[in-house]
Ligand binder design. Structure first.
Ligand SMILES: Nc1ncnc2c1ncn2[C@@H]1O[C@H](COP(=O)(O)OP(=O)(O)OP(=O)(O)O)[C@@H](O)[C@H]1O
Ligand SMILES: [Mg+2]
Length: 262
């Protein structure tokens, strides 16, 4: 399968009021890419993702999705293309899990006023089984643990059958086993459907396992882009995270061993 340019960011600058947050970001993401957005707390990762989603609007520069300017998409068109799993969810309504998942089918409905049908429900049940959340379908979403909730949010995003999957710290509440499972599920989808996955990750070793490309953001600047073999270097990690570490290799992948001393 050939690689298609899914997302292009050109000279993007974004300000929060008078504070310049993103500075001249340039980035291309192709189908088949699993891009990791890495960088310390407050470096602008979620801000960048919110610009891609059209929730925040850049001061200058351009974002193109499949060759078309982001501004020319309607919300419904965009939500068919991009599946999003947020870092924090503003979901405080006591809905049933099955209803939250059905929301993921909304953008696929023929008309906004059409109702869900048996096929939608079957898709929800099949995916719930795959992500091991089938026992929660009739539970109140607010009663789930942090990790269970995160898996429901991923399922909701996948039900859209997105062409670009955007994940903001999707594994932050997951134990290692589920973190591996969740990212493997995204990787399978990427291979089966030739989509692209863009994930903000704090766990560098998970990034090493899954990402074919990474970027490092610091103070709103895109400092480095490349693959983990090129960028997981002691000096770079010191510069980005002020971290002392050793970089070890296993199966040609770098793993970060953090050290206590500064
Ligand atoms: N609405 C806002 N108004 C002003 N500043 C904001 C606003 N939202 C975020 N910021 C600030 O912008 C900076 C970047 O925030 P952002 O959420 O993009 O960071 P991040 O890289 O995702 O960090 P984390 O790893 O902690 O999630 C932070 O210093 C944050 O406090
Ligand atoms: Mg964030």
């Amino acid at each position: 399968m050939s690689a298609e340019l899914n997302l292009r960011i050109h000279d993007l600058c974004f300000d929060y009021g008078h504070v310049c947050m993103l500075k001249n970001i340039n980035l291309e993401v192709f189908s088949g890419d699993f891009l990791g957005i890495l960088g310390p707390n407050g470096s602008g990762k979620s801000t960048l993702v919110k610009n891609i989603l059209g929730i925040l609007h850049a001061k200058s520069g351009e974002i193109e999705i499949f060759g078309k300017n982001l501004k020319s998409y309607s919300i419904k068109e965009l939500s068919k293309i991009i599946g999003f799993v947020p870092q924090k969810s503003a979901l405080f309504v006591p809905l049933l899990v099955v209803d939250v998942l059905l929301m993921g089918r909304y953008s696929q409905l023929k008309h906004s006023y059409s109702s869900y049908d048996e096929k939608d429900l079957q898709e929800v049940e099949a995916l719930a089984k795959k992500l091991n959340i089938q026992n929660f379908l009739q539970r109140n979403i607010l009663s789930l643990s942090g990790g269970e909730f995160q898996r429901v949010l991923l399922a909701r995003a996948l039900l859209k059958k997105p062409k670009i999957l955007l994940l903001d710290e999707p594994t932050s509440a997951l134990d290692l086993n589920y973190a591996l499972e969740l990212l493997s599920e995204c990787e399978n989808l990427l291979k089966e459907q030739n989509i692209s996955v863009v994930a903000i990750l704090h766990d560098l070793n998970l990034a090493s396992l899954f990402c074919n490309k990474i970027i490092f953001l610091k103070d709103g600047e895109l400092r480095y882009q490349g693959n983990v073999q090129e960028l997981f270097k002691k000096e770079i990690l010191k510069e980005i995270y002020d971290l002392n570490c050793e970089v070890l290799y296993h199966d040609n992948r770098p793993y970060i061993l953090t050290l206590k001393e500064k």
